[in-house]
Design a protein around this ligand. Structure first.
Ligand SMILES: O=C(O)CCC(=O)C(=O)O
Ligand SMILES: [Fe+2]
Length: 201
């Protein structure tokens, strides 16, 4: 694991929030091994939402892990957390060491290929602690990730590499949207884990 110091990672945003990127958070060999075992071991399911009164499911698969008993309402559906697996607990501990933060849940995304992405949004749900950090681990295919300022439309773009850690901090969710654009040339899957801090702990 790569422990970073303040000087090693600079804020990638010009204002209104903090975005830190640590490319080699996990060594390549460990990234490969964690990728394969999450692909097999996670209870992947399509995401569900109620949109304009219609029940929709995504091609992108998701899973949500947290302390036992956690549940929350989101896009018209209720999500109930699965209990932490030993592997997720180990990864959570590494993310906590590198970020100097504590997390009580993890939302996972599986994009089968570049035809799947995530539209512009910010993670500012009321169930998350206000201005709390989201720590995002990327595994598998490299993909572009974009930020767009809510008021002036300014954009910031970066590549999310295999084994990298991205920290979204401070007031970032209030002022910036983010998205994972589709990338038709990408034929391989990508796994993303976002460690989050829910309000009630
Ligand atoms: O796939 C990613 O890198 C980001 C996913 C995301 O923004 C989310 O789950 O809220
Ligand atoms: Fe997000």
């Amino acid at each position: 694991m790569h422990l970073f110091h303040k000087s090693e990672s600079e804020n990638l945003l010009p204002y209104d929030g903090v975005l830190l990127y640590i490319p080699h958070f996990l060594p390549t060999e460990e990234s490969d091994q964690v990728y394969l075992s999450l692909m097999e071991g996670i209870a992947w399911k399509p995401d569900e939402a109620i949109l304009y009164g219609k029940h929709i499911t995504t091609k992108r698969n998701v899973a949500w892990y947290a302390e036992k008993g956690f549940s929350y309402r989101y896009s018209g559906t209720t999500k109930t957390a699965l209990p932490w697996s030993p592997e997720l607990i180990e990864l959570k501990a590494k993310v906590e060491l590198a970020s100097f933060e504590k997390f009580n849940s993890c939302l996972l995304n599986l994009y089968h290929d570049g035809s799947e992405g995530m539209a512009w949004h910010s993670d500012d749900e009321t169930s998350l602690r206000p201005n709390s950090t989201i720590a995002s681990v990327s595994l598998g295919a490299e993909r572009i990730f974009r930020f767009k300022h809510k008021k002036n439309g300014e954009q910031v773009e970066l590549q999310l590499e295999h084994g990298s850690l991205l920290l979204m901090k401070d007031v970032i969710q209030r002022h910036w949207l983010h998205s994972l654009p589709k990338a038709m040339k990408v034929k391989r899957p990508r796994i993303n884990l976002t460690f989050r801090q829910f309000g009630m702990m």
